[in-house]
Design a protein. Structure first.
Lengths: 532, 336, 94
């Protein structure tokens, strides 16, 4: 015991953190470990020593509050300034706002889901270090959900398709893609959850969501979103280090864990990749000022960065995820295939859709020299011609959805872009449909889980997608209109063609600038002022 | 990039989100409102949880009490993430000054040996009580229903970690950063006979899976008794003998507790008021856990305060009874 | 453990607060290259990158806690090791 006369010992960061945190837990005596932590055995993962967990960011709560409080002060000052100065009118053009709708209706729900998922893990793991890391991430995700809501709140006051984001997240047909992704993760056990989200999503794939999107926001003058994005990214840096620590911890605890973890890496890489197709279309088609192509982003952030990561993990016996080569083969195709699909179903979307202009198609030719002019320019030019003739193309049926990822079956065979990729499987005498081998593999490993998927198109056909009090036998009953209302989409208002959309018209009225900078329609909206 | 626009001519088309307007009317909404109401997913869940296949992912049946609208459990502090972290950062700045002062002046280290030992025995083991509370509030944040109560529980989870770390720092103030007080405190928590009944009830509560029962047991019952006994009664007695040095570093805990109680009351009251069956259920929980924690605290109360500990506990128990009445419950005056 | 030369990076917001940090990093890591993007600076290096508290303090003119990096950090890659004096990103080879 140090005598009162000797000065108090000076503690290093590591020592201080260890003393304040490491020994908080204890072995229970009055209840069993299983009674307190009932969820950690059923997945087959073996943990011999929870204390081997190393906390990469040694953040005690006093430091957390200090630095996060500082970040919030700065961020909200910017959001306030943005609102006071009507910053929403400074973005490049009104098409950019449509990308924001994907964000508000699709991503906020994901952030909130992550918050809840990490709360579960924060309770169910016995180890002190792992629980604290999970709890911190849980509260960070709440931060993201709420700062996004606040950053985008002002846009909602002026533009369509943003006012019903929680309602849409639970019901809109293409939003079941992100919703089912996260619900798959949270309904899994805690170990699968952290591999799915911490490692596969937050580490391997996160840069693909945030770097292009936030740079896109910056390029297009969206101060509010860019501020949110960069502020949130500093939390993401902590999440990424958690992701890499999680995987090493599991792999080092027991060799039996390797096979299980590899299976999860395979599943979640593929599910995460499919989810990111939304980003691909956003980057290539929805940003008036483009940052880079999906193909370039995939090359930098997956092929190069991901390659480095898996090279590092090879010493544990982990290999690249299954079907990774398909993602490389597809990178020249997915964004175009998705945008074509949204164009066809624009009357059923919560946002308007438009065809790329000749100038934009030239950018695509440059970025996709092997695929765009051969496979996709011809269809856009054909559809543009139909529009000019007053016979715009619309797909009048509903798309078949993949049982696993819930995308419409719009993807093509990896080695033949002229063939739609269809896969089938069966379970208990019923037939199921998939967009790819990757999705079929996922289903085949857990059919009992995936038969419970809530597929919006199936629900519409089964007559479940109508609000209470709607009478299907009434003479003026329109099933599509009623389904849209159920989904929280304003029929004939929120979706459809961009030209003539209420956002486009209001944009030109309010800003006197073209709603579509690549296709200014009237003389008095031609750009008079140059950007500073 | 600057653009001139005729600001006065541009009126917003709507003042807030659809779900907020349906609740409060189409007018400007607060950040708390926009960040809280109706955010949690409610319907059309995919997949049965592997860890609870009889229920849905978010399921109101995870507690025995029933509410027509769980968003009635509004946080009177209106904490969303931003206002919570900024508030805590401000509080933490003040705490850091207190702790720096305490360290410089050796407020705890320079106490007589018996007094120092008393702090290590009486208070430092509570870092484990706080870890138990962290575990329990985390259950609420994980399995509760609706953003209003779960977000507050999530913040409370991190608050408890903060309290656990603060109490740990008290130990380090007492032992000159050697860490010995923490080792001793853990030993008291796991092995000293005076502490075992409390540890037993903490573990019993950690095994409880009804999230609203956990709120009642932890935040209303256990915290009232524990904070009242250790940070109020014991502190008063200690200060009367050794001066205010200890009180200055307990200030953070008591202020936090007072603030948190506003939330606890606002959460329990509407549930009790909703229905006769809720009131009966909450009453049963309150009575059960009150008896359990009172009897569990009796040995340690006397261990830290001698015979005066019994009166101290009785006084706190009386206060708790009055508070229960304010919340619409009955004071069944559990015997010690 | 031997070190690999796979790329690591750190990305920071481009603002007044990060200028001295970026300078310090480039001075201490001869193999590092800075790329500028809208509102962001990304510093890439083969295998290893270190941020030294002292170097930052020299250029900042005040005491600096490496945890302050959190405020302007955007992203990073590589395994992290953090002490009071150094913030190190590196990959370990098989």
């Amino acid at each position: 015991m140090t005598t009162p006369k000797a000065p108090a010992k000076k503690l290093s960061l590591k020592e201080n953190y260890a003393l304040l945190t490491r020994d908080l837990g204890w072995k229970p005596s009055y209840q069993t470990e299983d009674a307190l932590f009932p969820a950690v055995k059923f997945e087959g993962i073996k943990i011999h020593d929870w204390d081997k967990w190393e906390d990469p960011f040694r953040l005690t709560m006093d430091a957390y509050w200090k630095y996060q409080g500082e970040k919030e002060r700065k961020l909200y000052a910017i959001i306030d300034a943005f609102q006071q100065n009507n910053g929403q009118f400074n973005v490049s053009d009104a098409r950019y706002l449509q990308a924001l709708k994907l964000f508000i209706n699709g991503v906020i729900g994901l952030e909130y889901s992550a918050h809840r998922g990490f709360n579960i893990v924060g309770r169910e793991f016995p180890g002190v270090g792992t629980r604290i890391a999970a709890q911190m991430q849980a509260i960070d995700e709440l931060r993201h959900a709420q700062t996004q809501i606040h950053a985008l709140s002002h846009y909602n006051k002026y533009f369509a398709g943003m006012a019903e984001f929680p309602h849409q997240f639970d019901r809109t047909w293409y939003l079941s893609i992100p919703k089912s992704f996260f619900e798959d993760a949270i309904t899994s056990g805690p170990f699968e959850y952290i591999i799915a989200i911490c490692f596969s999503f937050e580490y391997v794939l996160t840069n693909l969501v945030f770097m292009p999107w936030m740079s896109g926001a910056a390029y297009n003058g969206d101060m509010s979103t860019v501020s949110f994005g960069f502020s949130a990214q500093s939390d993401e840096a902590r999440h990424m280090t958690l992701g890499i620590e999680v995987i090493k911890f599991l792999l080092e605890q027991d060799p039996a864990n390797v096979t299980i973890v590899q299976g999860w890496i395979d599943k979640w890489f593929w599910r995460g990749y499919r989810l990111l197709t939304l980003i691909a279309a956003m980057m290539d088609y929805m940003l008036p000022k483009r940052v880079m192509s999906w193909s370039e982003a995939w090359d930098i952030y997956f092929e190069q960065n991901g390659g480095a990561l898996f090279a590092d993990l090879a010493r544990y016996g982990i290999r690249m995820p299954k079907h990774w080569e398909v993602t490389v083969k597809e990178k020249g195709h997915v964004s175009h295939q998705l945008w074509s699909t949204f164009y066809q179903f624009r009357h059923a979307a919560g946002f308007p859709v438009w065809l790329p202009t000749p100038e934009e198609m030239d950018w695509m030719s440059l970025k996709y020299p092997e695929t765009f002019d051969k496979y996709y320019r011809p269809r856009y030019e054909h559809w543009a011609e139909l529009e000019r003739q007053g016979k715009p193309f619309v797909n009048a049926t509903l798309p078949q959805l993949c049982q696993t990822c819930q995308w419409p079956l719009l993807f093509t065979e990896a080695d033949d872009p002229t063939e739609i990729c269809y896969r089938e499987g069966s379970y208990l005498g019923e037939k199921f449909h998939f967009c790819s081998d990757g999705c079929k593999d996922i289903f085949s490993k857990e059919p009992e889980k995936f038969v419970h998927a809530h597929l919006p198109v199936h629900q519409i056909y089964q007559g479940n997608y109508f609000n209470a009090g709607v009478n299907p036998t009434a003479p003026d009953f329109n099933p599509l209109v009623e389904a849209l209302k159920y989904m929280g989409i304003n029929p004939g208002v929120d979706g459809g063609d961009f030209a003539g959309h209420i956002d486009a018209m209001n944009w030109e009225l309010w800003t006197k600038r073209p709603a579509n900078m690549h296709a200014p329609t009237t003389p008095n909206t031609a750009p008079e002022r140059k950007s500073a | 990039m600057t653009v001139e626009i005729r600001v006065q001519a541009v009126k917003p088309l709507r003042n807030t989100f659809g779900h907020i307007a349906r609740r409060f009317g189409d007018k400007a909404a607060s950040r708390y409102q926009e960040g809280t109401y109706d955010i949690q997913s409610e319907v059309n869940h995919h997949y049965k949880p592997l860890w609870d296949p009889e229920r849905d992912l978010y399921d109101q049946r995870r507690t025995a009490v029933v509410m027509k609208d769980w968003y009635a459990l509004k946080d009177p502090r209106q904490y969303y993430y931003g206002s919570w972290t900024i508030a805590r950062a401000k509080q933490q700045d003040a705490v850091d000054r207190q702790m720096e002062f305490a360290e410089k002046k050796e407020l705890l280290r320079s106490l007589p040996e018996a007094a120092r030992k008393a702090i290590v025995f009486a208070l430092v083991p509570l870092r484990h009580f706080e870890w138990g509370a962290n575990t329990n509030l985390c259950l609420v944040s994980a399995y509760g229903w609706g953003t209003a109560v779960t977000q507050a529980a999530s913040m409370a989870t991190m608050d408890r970690l903060g309290m656990a770390q603060h109490i740990s720092r008290l130990g380090l103030l007492a032992d000159g950063n050697s860490g010995e007080s923490l080792v001793q405190a853990k030993h008291f928590w796991t092995d000293h006979s005076d502490w075992q009944p409390l540890r037993r009830e903490v573990e019993n509560l950690m095994a409880c899976r009804d999230w609203f029962e956990v709120i009642v047991a932890q935040t209303l019952i256990a915290d009232s008794l524990v904070y009242g006994l250790f940070f109020n009664q014991f502190d008063s007695k200690f200060s009367s003998e050794h001066g205010p040095g200890l009180s200055t570093v307990l200030d953070f805990l008591t202020r936090w507790h007072d603030e948190s109680n506003k939330w606890v009351d606002a959460v329990v009251k509407p549930v009790v008021a909703e229905s006769e069956s809720n009131r009966t259920q909450v009453q049963a929980w309150a009575d059960h856990w009150r008896i359990a924690f009172l009897s569990a605290l009796s040995p340690i109360a006397q261990g830290i305060m001698g015979p005066a500990g019994r009166d101290a506990l009785a006084e706190i128990n009386t206060k708790l009874g009055a508070r229960l009445v304010k919340l619409g419950l009955q004071d069944h005056g559990a015997a010690l | 453990m031997s070190h690999s030369t796979q790329p690591v990076f750190i990305a920071l917001q481009a603002n007044n607060d990060t200028m001295p940090i970026v300078e310090a990093i480039l001075a201490d890591n001869p193999h590092a290259v800075a790329h500028e993007y809208p509102a962001m600076v990304k510093i890439d290096a083969p295998g290893r990158l270190v941020v030294k508290r002292e170097s930052v303090e020299e250029r900042l003119g005040r005491e600096f806690d490496l945890r302050e990096l959190q405020i302007n950090l955007i992203s990073l890659s590589g395994s992290l090791d953090e002490t009071e004096d150094e913030f190190i990103l590196q990959w370990n080879a098989a």
